[in-house]
Write a protein that binds this ligand. Structure first.
Ligand SMILES: Cc1ncc(COP(=O)(O)O)c(C=O)c1O
Length: 390
């Protein structure tokens, strides 16, 4: 096979700092580059390939649908979309689902729903949405505005109006904003992924939920990265003592096909009405067929394995030489090393494992069904590289 790296460099927009690896195929948690070099995949397409590469059951579900009908418009009913929405509601307590194609779109929908809800219940002037500093909610102008990191805002002004940023793990900072501004909602990730794989304190999360009740604001949980089994529960909020009004999900839901979903609970279930929102590809039959397969396989057994593998990583790295700390939940993990993370990452790649970065940490997001022996092998490599490069 000929290298395609230079064609990419010439013709694809220069938005990604790509690693020097040309991936061509894979099998489960193993991927192969153009030279046939084998790697253990520790990022699964940034938390997308829930069951790894070329998973047989998932391929069968997707190709069965592909042979029947790939797409209808949202002017007609389609079975996979209806079944998937029912499954999502039954497993979360949500009442209605809107489907889009990405995490950013799911969050856009949540923001529209929050403002619509406010205009019916509190008044149109209650349009402000609170988000947390160091958060990440997407790359469209509005979800960038929601993202609480200045570094993403630079060059894109004017941003969408009506976002206010509170300190994570600081309830007073949230209350101060709720008290002094006309707000409708707060959006937060329970583990800040792009921000460095940092889990919020459970007391803070419960406190925010109470403040939402006190000020009659919606609690929106961005589960784009944390969801679909990644943190050891189907959705991360299920590991906290809260009940959200909206959750958003995407990434791993369809196991490698584009999808985004905004799940609306009791308070928000009737807010969207005909012509207020839509998406040509939203609820696409192939993506929904993939998602039905993925969701039906995220059962207690798999979730227990995710937690067990997570404990293994924490226990193995806790006092390892060259490792400062391990953060995160389930199989969404951040590893802070004494040595420079970029150096450590490239040494890891040389040795045949593919973690990624989040801020100054190595980030692990392996397929949820990564075999134990591949996880163990990967952790041994990380230990060795962290020790030798500290
Ligand atoms: C928490 C969170 N929200 C939203 C997004 C945006 O998702 P997408 O890239 O699918 O638009 C991401 C992507 O990394 C994310 O991690």
């Amino acid at each position: 096979m000929n290298s395609f790296k230079n064609i990419d460099k010439e013709y694809v927009a220069n938005t990604y700092g790509r690693f020097d690896v040309e991936i061509v195929n894979g099998n489960g948690s193993l991927v192969y580059d153009i030279n046939g070099k084998e790697y253990i995949d520790l990022s699964s397409g940034i938390a997308v390939n829930t069951f790894g590469m070329a998973d047989k059951e998932w391929i069968e579900a997707v190709t069965n649908q592909l042979q029947k009908c790939q797409h209808t418009s949202n002017l007609y009913y389609s079975e996979p979309c209806a079944i998937l929405a029912k499954m999502l509601c039954e497993r979360t307590g949500a009442k209605k689902v809107f489907f889009g194609n990405s995490g950013a779109e799911a969050n856009e929908c949540a923001i529209k729903v929050a403002r619509l809800w406010a205009s019916e219940i509190k008044g149109e002037e209650y349009f402000n949405v609170v988000t947390l500093k160091n958060s990440f909610h997407g790359r469209t102008i509005t979800t960038l505005s929601a993202t609480g990191q200045d570094v993403f805002h630079k060059y894109f002004n004017p941003l969408t109006d009506g976002f206010l940023y509170a300190e994570a793990n600081n309830l007073e900072s949230v209350e101060e904003i709720f008290k002094n501004n006309n707000c409708c909602a707060i959006i937060m990730e329970l583990v800040q992924g792009e921000g460095g794989v940092i889990a919020l304190d459970s007391d803070f999360v419960a406190g925010v939920s109470d403040l939402c009740k006190k000020y009659n604001n919606l609690l929106i949980i961005d589960e784009v990265q944390t969801g679909n089994g990644r943190c050891g529960t189907l959705y991360a909020y299920q590991g906290y003592n809260i009940m959200p009004d909206i959750i958003t999900t995407a990434k791993g839901l369809a196991g490698g096909l584009p999808i985004g979903a905004c799940l609306m609970f009791e308070k928000t279930k009737d807010v969207l009405k005909p012509s207020l929102h839509g998406s040509t590809f939203g609820g696409n039959l192939i993506s929904c067929a993939g998602a039905i397969n993925v969701l039906s396989r995220i059962d207690d057994e798999l979730l227990n394995q995710v937690s067990e593998k997570s404990r293994y990583v924490f226990d193995s790295l806790r006092n390892a030489e060259g490792i400062v700390s391990v953060t995160g939940k389930g199989l969404m993990l951040g590893i802070e090393t004494i040595g420079d993370v970029s150096v450590i990452l490239s040494k890891c790649m040389e040795k045949g494992i593919l973690p990624i970065k989040a801020k100054n940490k190595l980030r692990l997001l392996p397929p949820l069904n990564i075999p134990f022996e591949l996880l163990k092998k990967s952790i041994e490599i990380i230990k060795e590289v962290a020790r030798d490069n500290k």
